[in-house]
Design a protein around this ligand. Sequence first.
Ligand code: ZN
Length: 244
Amino acid sequence: MSDLILSDVHGNLEALDAVLADAEGRYDRTLCLGDLVGYGADPNAVVDWARSHVAAIVRGNHDKACVGLDDLEAYNAAARAAAMWTRAALTPQNLEYLQKLPRGPLPIQCRQGAFDLVHGSPLDEDEYLITPGDVAPIRGYLSTSLSFFGHTHVQGGFMAAHGRLKRIAPSQALQLEPDYFYLVNPGSVGQPRDGDPRAAYALYFPDQRLVEYRRVAYDVEKAAGKIRAAGLPDSLAARLYEGA
Ligand code: ZN
């Protein structure tokens, strides 16, 4: 048994397709940490895929914003424009699917031990866990010693060993130690912001207690071209080339 862990696809079908091709044959189940839509030009294709392929998913802040469950005041101009464009573009079925996504933390049962899925933090989809200092106050709200989170679009995460919280460097494989605490961020499929423009994701192998961080190049030109052709803000196309 192994899990494909995806977060922050953001309507980027080219990045999603590249990830699925790269991971092909290596997973049994797909889990998603939210933000299927917002920013990218293919919200319907991405949600259509999620509806038939994702085993468990939590909602992200953009999923909320794009379907009217969140007011757009807190969003910057580009994000707000993308949310309004996305809301108008979504089919009624896809709008309804996004409106009904559960909020995290969502516990996932697994023979080797349960783990949690969250988007931002266990308290708020729109809370960023960027530094170990951000993690300390929310640890108590997670019921398991392994959680997967997204929202920052930065691959890596945090671990606590012997009471000390530190960042995880996203090397290819993370061996999970018993009694340690882990918050694992697979990075963003559709809009990486950690300086590497390649699509990011992770594979989880519970039997080996192993997380593998992955990066895969995709057709940025095509995804950016669709954003521009849709009349979405140019900054949303430009940032894909930088991974920033
Ligand atoms: Zn996001």
